[in-house]
Design a protein around this ligand. Structure first.
Ligand SMILES: [Zn+2]
Length: 323
């Protein structure tokens, strides 16, 4: 068991002197983000980064930074040794899991009542047949229809949609989306009302000690090999649980976003690199997204993914100018 005093000592070793609040659980430190952005120290001298010592939720009143873990800030502004000490000694992951459980207890996510795996549905049903045809056109392999537990429902909201469920690290349903099989139907993806910052799509299948492929949508993810997740169209920020996990595990990342998302790719590369994460980019070779490729094509492209370095964006801008 770690005492509050020990924890505060550790926090001081990284963030410098802190002021302890009346409750003894909140401490105020200088925000390293603010110090970094304000080298002349006009506004950054005050202790405006509030850290809850027992669960590491932190928030800066000046720059608005917030996170449920100290890992991102330590990875960016501390030393490798400090990050290691943080991960091993303070077991943030467990504290975090405990917190989450309490918070989500009230509403348990459920699939539609009549949800059925496509492979187990009546194959003579016309809707099932349309869905199977659709999956063929999207080049989804039978093995993956099983592996990702793709399903259907006849409820109005989910009718004629391929339901792609996602499970947490403990195997509990944490999200699902339904992709329409009719091209003119809007929205293309219908989903459940769970904040995207809180979940990691396909978390159950992810191994954090291996390279993780990040794509845009679930249908892209189905092509990206077995260690993959998708952003569900959202940006990746420090507030995402996915981001925290990547930092905590120093997971190497390969980005494979849509070809018209080069700005977003660039932003993500910069951010991950700031936290010392290895990032590579897949060249989709003329395809708009991984979803348009076969798994084999993607695997080939993945093997020749190029590492992103600080001068990469400069070089690609030069190339664009030259052509
Ligand atoms: Zn700040």
């Amino acid at each position: 068991v770690i005492s509050v005093t020990e924890k505060i000592e550790f926090i001081q070793s990284v963030f410098g002197a802190v002021r302890v609040g009346h409750d003894g659980l909140n401490v105020a430190a200088k925000c390293p983000q603010c110090v970094f952005k304000d080298p002349l120290k006009k506004t950054s001298t005050k202790k405006k980064l509030i850290i809850r010592v027992d669960n590491d939720i932190c928030h800066c009143w000046v720059c608005g930074y917030s996170s449920r873990s100290l890992a991102p800030l330590i990875a960016k502004f501390g030393t490798r040794e400090q990050l290691h000490e943080y991960k091993t000694r303070f077991r943030v992951d467990e504290v975090y899991t405990y917190e989450k459980e309490e918070a989500t207890e009230k509403q348990i996510l459920k699939l539609p009542d009549d949800f059925k795996l496509i492979v187990l549905a009546s194959q003579s049903d016309p809707t099932v047949r349309s869905i199977q045809r659709y999956l063929k056109t999207r080049m989804i392999e039978d093995r993956d229809i099983w592996f990702y537990r793709l399903g259907i429902s006849f409820e109005p909201k989910w009718r004629r949609r391929v339901i792609i469920p996602s499970f947490s690290s403990k195997g509990e349903l944490n999200y699902y989306v339904g992709r329409t099989i009719d091209e003119r139907v809007i929205p293309k993806y219908d989903n459940v009302a769970v904040p995207k910052t809180e979940i990691i799509f396909n978390e159950f299948n992810i191994r954090w000690d291996k390279t993780l492929v990040i794509s845009e949508g679930p249908f892209d993810m189905l092509k990206c090999g077995d260690n993959a997740t998708c952003l569900l169209g959202s940006e990746l920020s420090e507030e995402h649980k996915l981001f925290e996990k990547i930092i905590l595990n120093s997971t190497p990342v390969v980005l494979s976003l849509d070809s018209d998302m080069s700005d977003k790719t660039e932003r993500m590369c910069r951010m991950l690199k700031e936290y010392d994460i290895d990032v590579k980019i897949v060249d989709l070779e003329g395809h708009h997204d991984p979803g348009e490729m076969t798994k084999k094509q993607f695997k080939f492209a993945l093997e020749s993914a190029t590492p992103w370095e600080w001068n990469s964006s400069f070089r690609s801008r030069l190339r664009a100018l030259a052509s």
